[in-house]
Design a protein. Structure first.
Length: 332
């Protein structure tokens, strides 16, 4: 099966990293309306409809091209006229085996990961459109590309970080009290929000109407991202820190009226005072996630809290489990 070797070139993983795919998928609303397909429609016909779907949902051109090439390889393997009703999980697993071991063109781990993602998006969409009673791609497993696990704060590091922010909050003979580091760190530790979401928080996104249940709304101005909006609970005492911070800094619209780089400097200052190598938005996000997992937060609830799509959750959940195992081991 090498007739597609020239017409279907490999797409470099550097052109379309998995993180971009996951982020793109997290922005896609569910499909609406029925497509003009039946269970007897060919795979080729379904691909035509899928291309229209991708354009309608605002997939980037790189993603559209990569997904289309991946599906063309599946068509080459199964046959252009293969009816949707005849495609099973076994067919898809055989296709991936051919892709990984039998095809003459090398398939890197990242490219294989993307192709699994393509199958899940394509057949997940067809299942939403009721062309399949059960998604044939659901049992496919992402073979996580070997990479270091994300860095998280161990217990003693977390205690050192909070001690540092509390000390900065209190001030000393040489420095005025500064509640900004404590507000920022505790917000990130309890919400797990991303850097881009943090810098966009407006004061009216903080809901203090119920003092016993304060919350943060993550908002998006872009219409195609508004389905990502979510409400995240805040600690009961966090509004007290916020009140002190407002007295010190008097923000008018944004909670943090500085650039992301400036806030990174704040975290670096905390890390230095806590005597740890580094502290970042990403580290605090993963620390929040793994501790929520250890405390028993249900996977679906944690996925929504982090603002992740079902597709991106496949890889994240596996990493969280490994991190949780590591932290549990330190408690033995």
């Amino acid at each position: 099966m090498n007739t597609m070797e020239k017409s279907t070139p490999e797409v470099s993983p550097t052109q379309l990293p998995l993180a971009e795919i996951a982020g793109m998928l997290a922005e896609q609303p569910s499909s609406s309306g029925k497509v003009n397909l039946t269970a007897q429609s060919s795979l080729t016909t379904a691909l035509d409809a899928f291309e229209k779907y991708m354009k309608r949902r605002g997939f980037t051109e790189n993603t559209q091209q990569a997904f289309r090439l991946d599906m063309e390889l599946l068509i080459e393997y199964l046959g252009a006229g293969e009816a949707l009703s005849k495609i099973s999980t076994a067919n898809l697993k055989a296709f991936l085996t051919w892709m990984e071991y039998l095809r003459e063109v090398p398939c890197s781990p990242k490219t294989l990961e993307r192709r699994i993602t393509t199958l899940k998006v394509f057949f997940g969409w067809l299942t939403e459109e009721e062309l399949f009673a059960r998604d044939p791609s659901a049992p496919l497993i992402h073979h996580t590309v070997s990479a270091p696990l994300p860095a998280v704060l161990a217990d003693e590091q977390l205690q050192a970080v909070l001690a540092a922010t509390q000390a900065l909050r209190q001030g000393d003979e040489e420095h005025d009290p500064d509640s900004r580091p404590h507000l920022l760190v505790t917000l990130l530790l309890h919400t797990g929000i991303k850097k881009g979401e943090c810098v966009r928080i407006a004061l009216n996104h903080i809901d203090l109407t119920d003092r016993e249940h304060p919350a943060l709304w993550i908002r998006y101005q872009q219409a195609n991202r508004r389905h990502k909006e979510r409400r995240i609970a805040l600690p009961v005492r966090w509004p007290n820190v916020l009140a002190t911070y407002q007295q010190e800094y008097a923000p008018q619209q944004l909670l943090f009226p500085w650039t992301a780089r400036n806030l990174e400097y704040v975290l670096a200052k905390v890390a230095k005072r806590a005597a740890i190598p580094r502290l970042s938005f990403e580290m605090l996000r993963w620390t929040c996630a793994v501790r929520d997992k250890l405390e028993g937060l249900e996977s679906e609830e944690l996925r929504r809290k982090l603002g992740l799509s079902q597709i991106s959750w496949y890889e994240v959940e596996g990493k969280l489990e490994l991190l949780a195992q590591q932290l549990r081991g330190t408690h033995v």
